[in-house]
Design a protein around this ligand. Structure first.
Ligand SMILES: [Zn+2]
Length: 189
């Protein structure tokens, strides 16, 4: 079954965010391996809004009051990011995410909320602890290392990390390769 067919079946052929029935297509919830599990099935309106988060229409996103209760982690992740971008703290407080789902959500926050304080770029681990150059971290989930052809297992220790100029990412060496790692999937040792 193609990803699109899998998503059609999972969603019942409606937008997984707003329940619209027209213009549906798969949307990878970054950072994503483009699998059905890490994608959502959404309409053109939702997609445009997600790709232009500076123009979020709060009327449209009342639909999150229903879709945030989805059992699909990828939908929960997008609901979390949208509610954050909308500044809807009341709904966010009700949205319970498993730790790894929350890490995923925080790894790709919509751009209205990244560095919105205009301050220095700060990388935080899965617990919100600030990371510094030279720290040692452990992976909290298995990560497929694209291009290097191996999977870094959960629990892998990465010593002497380097910070990047993007709050979402750090750099570290695994199996001798320097790779970019999502800070929210790390735990400071
Ligand atoms: Zn929609």
């Amino acid at each position: 079954m193609s990803i699109e067919q899998t998503l059609q079946e999972r969603s019942g052929n409606i937008c997984e965010l707003c329940a619209a029935t027209d213009g549906l297509s798969p949307y990878a919830v970054s950072p994503s391996d483009d699998s059905a599990e890490q994608s959502i099935y959404i309409c053109e309106t939702c997609k445009n809004q997600i790709e232009n988060p500076q123009n979020l229409d709060s009327d449209h996103w009342r639909c999150l009051g229903d879709s945030m209760w989805s059992q699909v982690p990828a939908v929960q992740v997008m609901a979390y990011r949208l509610l954050s971008a909308l500044g809807d703290q009341d709904q966010l407080d009700m949205l319970y995410l498993e730790d790894d789902v929350k890490g995923w959500a925080q790894a790709g926050m919509l751009s209205t909320t990244v560095n919105d304080d205009g301050g220095a770029v700060i990388q935080r681990d899965s617990n919100g602890t600030i990371l510094a150059e030279g720290d040692t971290v452990t992976l909290i989930k298995d990560l497929e290392v694209k291009g290097a052809g191996f999977t870094a297992k959960r629990g892998t220790i990465v010593k002497n990390i380097r910070l990047t100029d993007d709050a979402r990412y750090i750099e570290g060496k695994i199996n001798g390769s320097t790779i970019v790692l999502v800070a929210a999937f790390m735990k400071k040792a």
